[in-house]
Design a protein around this ligand. Sequence first.
Ligand SMILES: C[S@@+](CC[C@H](N)C(=O)[O-])C[C@H]1O[C@@H](n2cnc3c(N)ncnc32)[C@H](O)[C@@H]1O
Length: 195
Amino acid sequence: MIEEIKKDALEKGVPIIKDEGLAFPLNFIEQHKLKDILELGTAVGYSAIMMAQSDDDIRIDTIEKNEEMYDQALKNINERKLNDRIKVHLCAIEDYETEKMYDLIFVDAAKAQYGKYMEKFLPNLKSDGYMFFDNMIFHGLIDDPEKITSRNLRNLVKKIIKFREMVQNDERFDIMMFDNVGDGILILNRRKCET
Ligand SMILES: C[S@@+](CC[C@H](N)C(=O)[O-])C[C@H]1O[C@@H](n2cnc3c(N)ncnc32)[C@H](O)[C@@H]1O
């Protein structure tokens, strides 16, 4: 049961996507018939399993650098017999190289690196493909970063704000921003004419 993964993750403090944050991408994937997915940030495989279970034709590559998380993700995926459709790669996102093209790149790791990941994986996004970024309102802190007392957190929030501003003026994409979904989801749609 998928609920077991969720319960176990919550008990161990593993950061998995919230239900309301996941329902939205699952609907979006179905509506737009997205089949080839690259996920940045596997944790224990919860979101990858949910996406793969939503349609038998979905294939996912997902990247995780933490060995313990990776082992648990493999176990969870194997137990659900999804290992032929979900491939977990044990490596840092920064080091992952592929020539494969994806319909959707689902970014759920290292928020401070969103801009870098966007540039790194753009060549792997099909024309008219989508990139999803979670935590775009960052628990409501985006509106007033100066009020945050922790310096690290303030810097992180500033980076998210900068990323949001940067993509607003990027002509390679059409942008959709959903502040009211989960922790805020930003979707970039690669323009068809862009090569
Ligand atoms: C928010 S969790 C992913 C949750 C998962 N998508 C889910 O909802 O089930 C982020 C994961 O990304 C991994 N991560 C963070 N930075 C990374 C990096 N630079 N390379 C690879 N994995 C990274 C963390 O170890 C963590 O397990």
